[in-house]
Design a binder for this molecule. Structure first.
Ligand code: IPE
Ligand code: IPE
Ligand code: MG
Length: 249
């Protein structure tokens, strides 16, 4: 893989003892990137894959334990069939091409979302990549596919109701609900990045980002570089997280 030159000054500013445990990214702006170049939207998605590689490599390089990428939402089915089909094709290409690279970087793939509703060939490729990277012990790369936070909460409640049917009344608390989300076992994101300047969550990890620090850039996703990711971490480390308390100052 072609690696971009890394901004060493920026890298040095990162305190490796206070890294976010989990970074989540809403990768947005592929269509606008293409439109500005008078290209079809799919050219933007194709260019977005390069940015995925950069974000993955940069995160693994500094030692981020979890990186979640919002790749396809439950609402994205509303797009024209041709765009959805091309997106699914790009995803399959990415999975096939990337296995060696993920293994080289000791990265384990995970997926969240209503995966079984994706087209069968996509599900098969996902299962294959999950299996092929299962033994890796480095970063977890979590792809959010056919993901919606409300769907996730509904699925969690449904599971809890099934449990109650079998075991009798159960008392639900926050950790129990968390354990029934697709993200069970993952730490909540500390840092949520969104590209292309949009100031909304678009149904992404609504429960899990309760206390995430938000970082929005005007940069469109295909132009996102390792430098942007490092900058987001540097800025994150300057924030004071208070969790409703009074903090340090
Ligand atoms: C994000 O880019 C990628 C996906 C949602 C799959 P968009 O396709 O949303 O690009 P814009 O927002 O139209 O520019
Ligand atoms: C969010 O982007 C979904 C993904 C990045 C996969 P969208 O482009 O779908 O979100 P909206 O429509 O601008 O809210
Ligand atoms: Mg968009």
């Amino acid at each position: 893989m072609k690696t971009e030159p890394v901004d060493q000054d920026l890298l040095k500013q990162i305190d490796l003892d206070r890294l976010p445990k989990h970074i989540a990214i809403i990768m947005d702006g592929n269509g606008r990137w293409a439109k500005r170049r008078r290209l079809p939207r799919i050219a933007g998605h194709r260019a977005g894959i390069r940015a995925v590689r950069q974000a993955v490599e940069a995160s693994a390089r500094v030692g981020i334990p979890y990186l979640t990428l919002y790749a396809f939402s439950v609402e994205n089915w509303k797009r024209p069939h041709t765009e959805v089909k091309l997106l699914m094709g790009l995803l399959r290409q990415y999975l096939k091409k990337e296995i060696n690279e993920l293994n080289r970087q000791n990265i384990r793939l995970e997926v969240i979302g209503r995966i079984n509703e994706l087209p069968k060939p996509v599900v098969d490729d996902l299962k294959n990549t999950l299996e092929e990277t299962r033994k890796n012990t480095g970063m977890r790369l979590v792809l959010a596919l056919n993901y919606g936070a409300r769907a996730e909460l509904v699925d969690a409640v449904q599971e809890l109701l099934e449990k109650a049917k079998q075991n009798g009344a159960i008392k639900v608390d926050e950790s129990m609900l968390s354990e029934h989300l697709y993200t069970r076992g993952f730490p909540d994101p500390d840092l949520l990045i969104r590209t292309s300047g949009e100031l909304r969550l678009s149904n992404f990890l609504l429960w899990q980002v309760a206390y995430a620090e938000l970082w929005v850039t005007e940069t469109l996703w295909p132009d996102f570089t390792q430098k942007d990711l490092f900058q987001a971490i540097v800025d994150f480390q300057k924030r004071e997280r208070r969790y409703g308390g009074l903090g340090l100052s």
